[in-house]
Design a protein around this ligand. Structure first.
Ligand SMILES: [Cu+2]
Length: 174
């Protein structure tokens, strides 16, 4: 008999406390209200269910007794990208393609080409017909030299090497 009455009584008490508390203004969470301590105790003793305990926590959050500090995720925008001109790139029969062959970036990204080959190369922007256009045009790059260009407009950009015109690459700006 006692067992049954406790099962009904405890949730009723908790609910009553929640109702009373919801009409109370908690100015800050500097101090933990007594009823919260009681709830925690009851939960620890197994007198209230997990659902009831979670509901209490939910109430504390909703009524801003507990305030969660907003944690802003700072996702650094990638503003730099690299294209490697790999060793053997000069060789028409080699699979030493630009790495990556099609670089996908967001507008505003600065792309750096690095010549890792044993011979000089150039980076020359092309129009859709394969003609050289004055957009991004490097001087001859010796081994280890770099060339950079910042892409501002969303577009597909083609380029090639004037010494090895079979080497073509793409930069896709989204
Ligand atoms: Cu080349």
């Amino acid at each position: 008999m006692k067992h049954v009455s406790m099962k009904i009584l405890i949730p009723a008490i908790v609910f009553s406390i929640l109702l009373i508390s919801s009409s109370t203004n908690f100015v800050s969470a500097e101090s933990i209200p007594e009823w919260v301590k009681n709830n925690a105790l009851w939960y620890g003793q197994g007198n209230i269910s997990e659902t009831e305990f979670l509901n209490m926590i939910k109430f504390l959050l909703e009524s801003e007794v507990i305030k969660l500090e907003s944690v802003e995720k700072i996702v650094p925008e990638v503003r730099d990208a690299t294209v490697i001109i790999p060793n053997g790139n000069f060789d028409v029969s080699s699979s030493a393609f630009y790495m990556p062959l099609n670089l996908e970036i967001s507008a505003g990204t600065t792309v750096t080409w690095t010549n890792d080959d044993s011979v000089p190369h150039t980076v020359q922007s092309q129009d859709e017909y394969g003609n050289v256009i004055a957009l991004f045009n490097s001087a001859p790059l010796n081994t280890g030299d770099k060339f950079e260009y910042t892409f501002e407009e969303a577009e597909v950009y083609n380029y090639f090497c004037s010494f090895h015109p079979w080497r073509v690459g793409v930069v896709t700006v989204k």
